[in-house]
Design a protein around this ligand. Structure first.
Ligand code: C2E
Ligand code: MG
Ligand code: MG
Ligand code: MG
Length: 288
């Protein structure tokens, strides 16, 4: 009996490995076509100032609707794009699209773009950034690049040089998903990050756990003393919003204010004025 169960489990394990292999393969072939064929889309999510509700920035988030497999999350296709050496081309596309959208927003609203660690090892990144700024006419100070702690695992000095070059161009730098990765405070000393984005897992736990509340407050204090903007991501409830406020965060981002929306809709949201988190609830099912 146990033996048969074991065999069944082994069989289904083999099947899912095969499925997994096929899926990765299909994503790989699809990605080459997607970038040229207009299958990739950018959505934008507002980053709201807690003092007055103004939209300080919008984060660009990639979406890919595969013609056969359906929507594929960036957490799945970006690592595959990195492995294929396609991430530079993809980052270049995101930069151009996002800067072109942002240039029509009011002059104080920034665009935030996620940069994968692999991109920070290539000098193509500064070249892509400069091209996107020149093509769109967007001033460098309105572009913010979001990087994660994992970039500090690279000891080659290459990442370091590229970050400094980007800062020289006048961009803003944000440290994304703070608190989950290779968490060491020493690099807050070596780089002048403009913004700290606390990982959304801390905000997810803030209503239930004193530990998460303590960490959120500590990070809020630290960032304020280091003169950085602080973004609490993944704000879905008014209770989480209250905790972000209490911890002294400058900004919030999450479904409570708006999900990521298309280019036309974000322009309307920006034009409509301050958000306070009491906007009409979104009827769409929540994506987790
Ligand atoms: P991230 O940069 O930390 O982005 C925040 C993620 O949280 C996004 O997921 C966003 O849709 C989601 N989110 C926003 N508000 C809420 C909320 O209230 N509740 C919950 N549960 N989630 C919320 P998304 O769009 O699936 O992106 C996932 C990750 O993929 C991003 O994490 C980022 O690391 C990466 N990514 C997305 N677009 C790009 C891109 O253009 N380039 C690169 N290199 N990475 C990207
Ligand atoms: Mg981000
Ligand atoms: Mg994040
Ligand atoms: Mg994340």
């Amino acid at each position: 009996e146990a033996k048969r169960e074991g065999r069944n489990r082994a069989a289904s394990f083999n099947w899912s490995l095969k499925e997994r292999f096929n899926r990765v393969h299909e994503i790989e072939t699809g990605l080459r076509r997607a970038l040229d064929g207009g299958e990739l889309k950018l959505l934008f999510q507002p980053i709201v100032n807690l003092d007055g509700g103004h939209i300080d920035a919008c984060e660009a988030l990639l979406r890919w609707d595969h013609p056969v497999l359906g929507p594929i999350p960036p957490s799945e296709f970006i690592p595959i794009a990195e492995g294929m050496g396609m991430i530079e081309a993809m980052t270049g596309w995101v930069l151009r699209e996002a800067c072109a959208a942002a240039v029509s927003w009011p002059g104080d609203v920034r665009i935030a773009i996620n940069i994968s660690p692999a991109s920070l090892k290539s000098s193509e990144l500064p070249a892509n950034v400069i091209a996107a700024l020149l093509e769109s006419g967007l001033p460098a100070r309105r572009l913010e690049l979001e990087v994660t702690e994992s970039i500090f695992l690279d000891n080659s000095g290459q990442t370091n040089a590229i970050l400094r070059e980007l800062q020289r161009i006048g961009l803003r730098l944000a440290l994304d998903d703070f608190g989950t990765g290779y968490s060491s405070l020493s690099y807050l000393r070596s780089y002048r990050f403009d913004t700290l984005k606390i990982d959304q897992s801390f905000m997810a736990g803030v209503s239930a756990n004193v530990e998460d509340r303590a960490i959120v407050r500590a990070i809020g204090n630290l960032a304020r003393d280091l003169n950085m903007d602080t973004v609490a991501e993944g704000i879905e409830t008014t209770d989480q919003l209250a905790h972000a406020r209490e911890a002294g965060f400058t900004n919030v981002q999450g479904y409570l204010f708006s999900r990521p929306v298309p280019r036309e809709r974000i322009a309307e949201l920006i034009a409509a004025g301050p958000l306070d988190g009491s906007e009409r609830p979104d009827p769409m099912p929540r994506r987790r």
